[in-house]
Design a protein around this ligand. Structure first.
Ligand SMILES: [Zn+2]
Length: 152
């Protein structure tokens, strides 16, 4: 992915930055994986630098890798379960806890959910009665539009 937006080099001030991707080997708990990281190169002075949005993207790639090694659901998998349960991110936080922006952060791989949270999400995704229980406890008004699940 390259960006066409023109950003001037912060170091020399005289060149535009070109967005680049390079492969780097990350290691976590003895597991190695090749990850793609983003950075920029100045056309004038040739220096490499990473902008805030590139650093954020790189951090997400790393957290996603760690989640996989730790056996946690990736952000994409959390989103799939939440959507299957027909919960908004806000309601998911009310049902599972973690604070109002928790699911936004889990799903974008900004943070890794705890092992306990991971198990709770899986449990609710696999066992309708467990999910119903959590919904009841949370007090949210949850009316799935589908008819595959009936309220107990
Ligand atoms: Zn430069």
């Amino acid at each position: 992915m390259t960006t066409s937006e023109k950003v001037l080099c912060r170091l020399c001030g005289g060149g535009y930055l070109d967005s680049q991707i390079k492969k780097t080997t990350a290691e976590y708990k003895g597991v190695q994986k090749e990850l793609e990281v983003m950075y920029s190169v100045c056309r004038a002075c040739g220096s490499e630098q990473a902008a805030a949005n590139q650093l954020r993207t790189n951090k997400r790639v790393m957290i996603q890798f760690k989640k996989t090694v730790d056996g946690l659901l990736t952000g994409k998998e959390v989103r799939e379960i939440r959507e299957r349960l027909q919960l908004s991110q806000t309601d998911a936080a009310r049902v599972f806890g973690g604070g109002p922006v928790a699911f936004s952060k889990y799903e974008s791989d900004d943070v890794a959910q705890s092992e306990a949270m991971d198990k709770m999400i899986r449990l609710a995704g696999d066992l309708p009665s467990a999910f119903d229980y959590l919904v009841l406890r949370s007090g949210i008004n949850h009316k799935p539009s589908g008819n595959q699940r009936q309220a107990v």
